[in-house]
Structures are given as structure tokens and as C-alpha cells.
Write a protein of this length. Structure first.
Length: 129
């Protein structure tokens, strides 16, 4: 059985690989457009599903953990939107690359927060059938 942290590690690797061609010094607008296609068609839908699943954990978390999880998710969404806006501008290549790195880092932090939340949910809040 694959655990959540393993799934997140594999996902982070996939995201890095999808953005890598768009973040090289000689990347073209088309390389960045392909990265944004990945972002819109694969990354965002998965992130939305995972974020909804993580939201279901919030009833079992301490209030501080809920805030951290929401803030980390909001950061991932903001950076994804920013990355999509930067893709078509030639003069924004360096900013695109930096934002892609920030997005991967923010996703890593969010995944870690989800993994922690899943491991530290209040057992008292769990209802077993």
C-alpha cells in the first residue's frame, strides 16, 4: 500500500519534471506554455481534489493546524495563478522560473502539512463504524 507521504514525494517529482524545461535559461514561450498546460490540466485538478480531502481533516485538527493548512493551500493557489500569468511574456522568463521554484516549495510545504495533519488527527474525533 502506498502511503500519503510517498504519493506526495512522487507528485513533487512529477511537478519538478513538468516545470524543468520551462525554467532553463534558453526556455521559450512555448516551453512555458507547456508548463502552464500541465499546471491547468493536471496540477490544478489534483491539487483541488487533495485540498478538498485535506479540508475534511480540519474537523479533527487543533485550530493552529487548520490555519497552517489553509494558509499553505492558499499560497499554492496564488503561485499557480501567478505562474499562469507570467507564461506568455518573453521578458518574464526569470520571474517565471523563480515562481515555479516557489510553487514547488509551497507545494512541498503544503504536502508536509497535510501529511502531518493526517498523522496527528485527534483520535477522539474519529468515528469508526
Amino acid at each position: 500500500m502506498t502511503t500519503l507521504p510517498v504519493m506526495h514525494t512522487l507528485w513533487l517529482h512529477e511537478v519538478r519534471e513538468a516545470f524543468r524545461p520551462a525554467c532553463t535559461p534558453d526556455a521559450s514561450v512555448w516551453d512555458r506554455a507547456r508548463a502552464v498546460t500541465y499546471l491547468r490540466e493536471r496540477f490544478t485538478p489534483r491539487f483541488q481534489v487533495e485540498r478538498e480531502a485535506a479540508t475534511s481533516l480540519t474537523a479533527l485538527l487543533r485550530p493552529a493546524g487548520v490555519g497552517e493548512l489553509r494558509a499553505a493551500g492558499d499560497q499554492v493557489e496564488r503561485l499557480g495563478e501567478r505562474l499562469a500569468r507570467l507564461a506568455t511574456f518573453h521578458q518574464k522568463a526569470a520571474e517565471f522560473s523563480a515562481t515555479a521554484e516557489e510553487l514547488v516549495s509551497a507545494l512541498d510545504e503544503w504536502c508536509s502539512a497535510v501529511d502531518f495533519a493526517a498523522d496527528h488527527a485527534h483520535e477522539a474525533g474519529l468515528q469508526l463504524a
